[in-house]
Design a protein around this ligand. Structure first.
Ligand SMILES: [Fe+2]
Length: 259
């Protein structure tokens, strides 16, 4: 990518980017449309429905918390790996990515601890989460996020994590956090700490993933090579596929243990 040189970093490069899901170039709108089914397969997965309705088995509920712990715990690492790819000053798209990633990283400060609070309210001791050995199919998504953020260019890495993973997580979290029957299963004295991780992520603006896409569009420039667009699309689809695999395998394992 040819950096767009700037005399000075303009103030707008440091401001929150506009989220314009309908204002993106055609290739980005195609990406959203072509990946919608894979995204819906995650956001509308039966495991979240069982959770929302509070009919989920204790075993599946706990397995999901243990299985997604590496993804949650390492998410700030993924942001940091991407932040390392940015140097402020000469390219307005990179300036915007840097500011956005730094803000996102700051918001993660307490998230891992709140997730452990949620797990504790479900009867999971801290060590059971930290030392858990979930199926490898559940942790493959965290390994993939690490690899893409460590080794791939910034647009692919942000597409895999900030657009795909954070975007679809926001979708299912908002539905679970809005469920009164889910919230009501926790004793009043522990409800706030049990729900804090969910509530924090439900508060994420629905525009958040489109802000990430906006930055990806700016990073790739006005006329990206087809190969670069294909790499971004592949990264998005891989994140959704591994997310879905994790959910499918959690259900299969929990059902097998009960049988
Ligand atoms: Fe978070």
């Amino acid at each position: 990518m040819q950096p767009r040189r700037l005399e000075r970093a303009p103030a707008q490069a440091l401001q929150r980017p506009a989220a314009r899901p309908d204002g993106h170039p055609q290739w980005a709108r195609d990406l959203v449309a072509e990946s919608r089914a894979a995204k819906d397969a995650v956001a509308q997965h039966e495991a979240w429905r069982l959770m929302r309705e509070a009919t989920i088995s204790r075993r599946l509920h706990q397995l999901m918390l243990v299985g997604f712990w590496p993804l949650v715990a390492r998410f700030p690492d993924f942001l940091a790996l991407n932040l390392l790819k940015t140097s402020h000053g000469r390219d307005e798209a990179i300036n915007a990515a840097r500011a956005w990633l730094a803000r996102n990283l700051r918001s993660e400060t307490r998230h891992a601890e709140w997730y452990l609070d949620w797990a504790a309210a479900l009867g999971l001791a801290r060590d059971a989460v930290l030392d858990g050995t979930p199926p490898v199919e559940m942790t493959a998504i965290a390994d993939w996020c690490w690899r893409v953020c460590h080794a791939a260019p910034l647009p692919e890495a942000m597409a895999a994590t900030n657009y795909a993973v954070e975007g679809v997580t926001g979708d299912w979290v908002r539905a679970v956090a809005a469920s009164e029957v889910y919230r009501g299963q926790f004793a009043a004295s522990e409800r706030e700490s049990a729900m804090r991780w969910l509530d924090a992520h439900a508060d994420y603006d629905a525009a958040h993933p489109f802000e990430a896409l906006d930055i990806i569009v700016r990073l790739l420039g006005p006329d990206p090579a087809p190969g670069r667009v294909a790499a971004v699309r592949a990264a998005v689809l891989k994140s959704y596929a591994l997310y879905r695999t994790a959910l499918d395998v959690a259900q299969t394992c929990a059902a097998a243990e009960r049988a």
